[in-house]
Structures are given as structure tokens and as C-alpha cells.
Write a protein that binds this ligand. Structure first.
Ligand SMILES: C[S@@+](CC[C@H](N)C(=O)[O-])C[C@H]1O[C@@H](n2cnc3c(N)ncnc32)[C@H](O)[C@@H]1O
Length: 272
């Protein structure tokens, strides 16, 4: 995974873009989440989070809760917890049963030491000031509380980066085309411990490696198309590149029977 340019960094963290198009509904997030149904092994991420919370009671906040996938499961598994969600995008919260609130991870409307655990799952890479968000997580959690974050490795889904570059190069007639924008590059599994270690004495990484295997291009194309909020950041016509990627995938699957994507995500468990 290459480092982001300043323009890409600004685009990945821009509040208007996040709240207004990337996460104004859960359409694109759901497309990215659903690709994992073709992963081997399959990880029950909400189940892993629930397991980590097993010794904890009281108030738990899910910051950047998105479409509420984790809140929903935790409400089922842990009805004893007082669970609430926060997100910067009012649109995506509209479909999430409350209590939820619009809030920014860098300025949490929560009192110091007021929650027993906080989740910040696949979201810190969207925050302009990551150290400030980590300070806020540490501030709102009680001293013996738990913070759980998650993200992807810089080695995650490199086959999709290659596919994008090949398709973009074909569209532009340039051989290999420009990189696809990376959402998680600012807070990867490799970078996360240093950010989190500024506030938390113990940071444990649980790596979740796997392989996605598809026999039909649709789920991969839906995942690629889910970057449409950043279409203008790609220096190549977005829709045409997606259509070219579909043709490449159709040919690949016809020849080899399947298309494989190597995944490496992970969860970071943080304590003081
Ligand atoms: C990739 S989604 C992850 C959603 C959910 N946590 C999950 O893992 O399925 C990122 C979410 O973080 C939210 N977000 C981005 N920046 C934020 C910020 N500064 N404060 C709170 N939420 C933010 C987005 O609106 C989006 O819903």
C-alpha cells in the first residue's frame, strides 16, 4: 500500500464528503462489509468484539458506528450493557435503532471516565487528527476500561489494487494506471499500535488473515464501486475503470475458475 498524497489524505478525512456522500446511507459500507461472506476462514467480527467485552459491564459507546452492525449484535448478545452509537454522518444513523447521536470522534460529547468500554472500528483512518481521537478515547473510558479498534493491514486486498491499476491503465491506454485511493492507509494495522501506544500501556493486535474467493465478478465490482464518493480522486474515469475491471475479472474467472483476494484485517485491544 502506498502512502497517501496530501490531496488523498484531505479527501479521506473530509467531513462533508464523509457525511454527505460516502456515508450518507449505508449502501457503500454494506457493499464493502458483504464481500467478506466469500472469505475463508470467516470471522465473526461482532462475535469477537462481544467476546472481548465479556468481563465488562455498564456503558459501551460505538464511535463511528456506521450502519450499526456491531451495536445490533451486541444488543442481542449483551442486553445487560447500556450501548449507544455515535457517528459523524447523520444519514447513516437514520437507520440505526437508538440511542445514537451525531458526534465527532475528536470532540466526544461524553464526560471524562463516563464509559466502561469504547469501540472505534474501521473508522480512525477517517479522522483528520488521529492522536486527538485516541486522546478522546482514553479520556472517556474509565481507568480500568477497554478500547477496541480495528483496521486493515497495508497488505490487505493488494489484488484489488492491482486490478484497479490494470483497468485504469487500459482505460487511459498507459499500461499500468494510477493507484486506487486507500481508505485505511493513514491508520493501518502496522501504524495503529504507535498511535494507540501514546495513550494505552497495553495494545494487543489480533490479526485476522483470510482469502476471499469469488466465482462471479459482482461482489468484487460492488466493493470497487463503493469508492464512488472518492471517484474524483482517481485521475481516471471512475465508471469506465469499473467496467474495464469487470471485463478483466470475467476473463480471469473464465480462465482460472475463480478470483482470489488476500485479506489481512485486525482488531486492537487497548488497556491503560
Ligand atoms: C468504514 S465505516 C465503519 C463503520 C462501523 N464502525 C463498522 O466497522 O462497520 C466508518 C464510519 O466512521 C464514521 N466517521 C468518520 N469520521 C468520523 C469522525 N470524525 N467521528 C465519528 N465518526 C466518524 C463514518 O461516517 C462511517 O460511518
Amino acid at each position: 500500500m502506498t502512502e497517501l498524497s496530501a490531496a488523498h489524505e484531505a479527501a479521506v478525512t473530509d467531513r462533508d464528503r464523509l457525511a454527505g456522500s460516502a456515508y450518507n446511507t449505508d449502501r457503500d459500507l454494506a457493499a464493502r462489509q458483504s464481500l467478506y461472506q466469500w472469505q475463508t476462514p470467516r470471522y465473526d467480527l461482532p462475535g469477537i468484539v462481544a467476546e472481548q467485552l465479556s468481563g465488562f459491564h455498564g456503558r459501551v459507546v460505538d464511535i463511528g458506528c456506521g450502519n450499526g452492525k456491531f451495536l445490533q449484535r451486541l444488543r442481542e448478545d449483551r442486553p445487560d450493557l447500556a450501548l449507544f452509537g455515535m457517528d459523524i454522518a447523520p444519514g447513516i444513523l437514520a437507520g440505526v435503532p437508538g440511542p445514537v447521536a451525531v458526534a465527532d470522534a475528536t470532540r466526544l460529547p461524553l464526560a471524562t471516565a463516563s464509559v466502561d468500554a469504547a469501540l472505534a472500528l474501521h473508522m480512525l483512518y477517517h479522522v483528520p487528527d488521529i492522536p486527538q481521537a485516541v486522546r478522546e478515547l482514553a479520556r472517556v473510558v474509565v481507568s480500568d476500561g477497554l478500547v477496541i479498534t480495528s483496521t486493515n493491514s497495508d497488505r490487505d486486498k493488494t489484488e484489488l489494487d492491482d486490478l484497479w491499476q490494470q483497468a485504469a491503465g487500459d482505460v487511459l491506454g498507459t499500461g499500468r494506471g494510477p493507484d486506487r485511493i486507500s481508505l485505511s492507509a493513514r491508520f493501518t494495522l502496522e501504524k495503529a499500535p504507535a498511535f494507540l501506544g501514546e495513550e494505552f500501556g497495553r495494545v494487543e493486535t489480533i490479526e485476522l488473515p483470510g482469502t476471499i474467493t469469488v466465482h462471479n465478478p459482482d461482489p468484487v465490482i460492488a466493493h470497487m464501486a463503493s469508492y464512488r464518493a472518492w471517484a474524483d480522486q482517481h485521475d481516471v474515469p471512475f465508471e469506465a475503470t469499473i467496467e474495464r475491471a469487470r471485463r478483466i475479472l470475467v476473463d480471469h474467472i473464465a480462465q482460472l475458475g475463480a478470483f482470489e483476494v488476500t485479506c489481512l484485517g485486525g482488531i486492537l485491544i487497548c488497556r491503560r
